[in-house]
Design a protein around this ligand. Structure first.
Ligand code: 13P
Length: 255
């Protein structure tokens, strides 16, 4: 992290976990543990938990997000939620392009871009996920894959709009597997993303841009990951479902 240049952000991705009442309980438990953190703290929750989460987080330093958004304003898209619906209820953040959406729900680089555009147009802030699969790492095409995903996701995004985007580098092989990227691997790819931002926009934009690492980040390995110069925070899955563990990661980012 280099907090003199850019914001450090720790975000939880709850995935398909926690009911509304469990949401209230977990956020109430987290609030005192993360109060006064010297980093941004975001919790991205299932749609159904949004009201409970916004309510529980009111008056605290925890900001709320969701885990996907559709690109259309409205229409015949059964089961989907629009950006306008989210802004009306006061949700500031949305995760877009998570590898589980790409893997199980047919998300492509093109649909990721459409969702990013819709989110930005509605005034949402985006946590954009990119990352290579294991075979792509083994084939030596990690940088190419991550550059391509990022470049397509950012089509039509202006330098001003870029301020409302964070990228989370999440190697697919490290998600939920307990296999964390080494701090050096995480830093290397985060740096590749920053170089691309500098090519597409400017060095100043790249320096100010937050790039998180995600994939089995936990209370034990967070210190060394966050010590890397290009790792500006974390997108946390499993460990964000435990108040103590999540707060340890927030404290590590607050140092
Ligand atoms: P885990 O921390 O459970 O590996 O999940 C990471 C992730 O996918 C966050 O979006």
């Amino acid at each position: 992290m280099d907090k003199s240049k850019r914001a450090a952000v720790i975000a939880g991705n709850w995935k398909m976990n926690k009911t509304p009442s469990e949401t209230t309980a977990l956020i109430n438990e987290m609030k005192p543990l993360v109060a006064g953190a010297d980093c941004k703290v975001i919790l991205c929750v299932p749609y159904i938990d949004v009201f409970a989460a916004l309510d529980a987080a009111k008056g605290s330093n925890i900001e709320i997000g969701v885990e996907n958004v559709h690109w259309a304003e409205s229409g015949a898209f059964t089961g989907e939620v629009s950006a306008k619906m989210l802004t009306e209820v006061g949700v500031p953040y949305v995760i877009i392009g998570h590898s589980e959406r790409r893997q199980y729900f047919g998300e492509t680089d093109e649909t990721v871009n459409k969702r990013v555009r819709a989110a930005l147009d509605a005034g949402l802030k985006v946590i954009l996920c990119v990352g290579e699969r294991l075979e792509q790492r083994e084939q030596g095409v990690t940088d190419e894959v991550v550059r391509m995903q990022t470049k397509i996701a950012l089509q039509g995004v202006t330098s001003e709009e870029l301020k409302n985007i964070i990228i989370a580098y999440e190697p697919v092989w490290a998600i939920g597997t307990g296999k964390t990227a080494t701090p050096e691997q995480a830093n290397e790819v985060n740096h590749v993303i920053r170089v691309l931002i500098s090519e597409l926009y400017s060095k100043a934009d790249a320096d100010a841009f937050t790039v998180q690492y995600g994939g089995s980040m936990n209370a034990k390995n967070c210190d060394e990951l966050l010590a890397q110069p290009d790792v500006d925070g974390g997108l946390i899955g499993g460990a964000s479902l435990k108040a103590q563990d999540f707060s340890i990661i927030v404290k590590a980012a607050s140092k």
